[in-house]
Design a protein around this ligand. Structure first.
Ligand code: NAG
Length: 143
């Protein structure tokens, strides 16, 4: 083999053994979810998100600030994060991430929480959803 054929072969081998994790949106994709508190009147937001294998715990999000977390999804599988949002004695529930709904929309999924529901924010627009359910809570800060 000539030198150039050898080096071509070597390069080919190197490409072959590259870990697939360098592909950012392959079957195993990394997702970041960002949730910002945009409630009116400077209200604090309490958020509690859980998936089948992860419980983020209760997070306190101050006005105009955000909380984010990262996880891996398999786009052929099913990743679901259910969240409860609480302020002013009312608990609001929303599925903040669902592979089938979101994997084609975002892998940095940036949400702003407003009174009427959460909005998924893109470069130039936002998609607002309504709450999945509401529940009166007479004992504040208990999920
Ligand atoms: C949050 O941002 C809004 C819009 O920019 C502003 O009107 C409001 O005063 C801010 N609230 C706080 C508590 O900083």
């Amino acid at each position: 083999m000539s030198v150039s054929v050898k080096s071509f072969f070597l390069l080919f081998l190197l490409v072959l053994v590259q870990p697939s994790t360098s592909i950012s949106f392959g079957p195993d994709a990394r997702v970041t979810v960002i949730v910002e508190n945009e409630l009116q009147g400077g209200q604090d937001l309490l958020m509690h998100c859980v998936s089948a294998d992860n419980d983020l715990g209760v997070k306190l999000i101050h006005p105009n600030t955000s909380y984010h977390w990262k996880f891996h999804i398999n786009v052929f599988g099913k990743t679901l994060y259910h969240c409860s949002f609480q302020w002013a004695f009312v608990l609001h529930k929303f599925v903040i991430y669902e592979t089938s709904r979101d994997h084609s929309l975002c892998h940095i999924c940036s949400w702003v929480v407003k009174e009427d529901g959460p909005c998924l924010v893109f470069d130039e627009k936002s998609d607002c959803y309504t709450w999945n359910s509401l529940e009166e809570r007479y004992i504040p800060f208990l999920f």
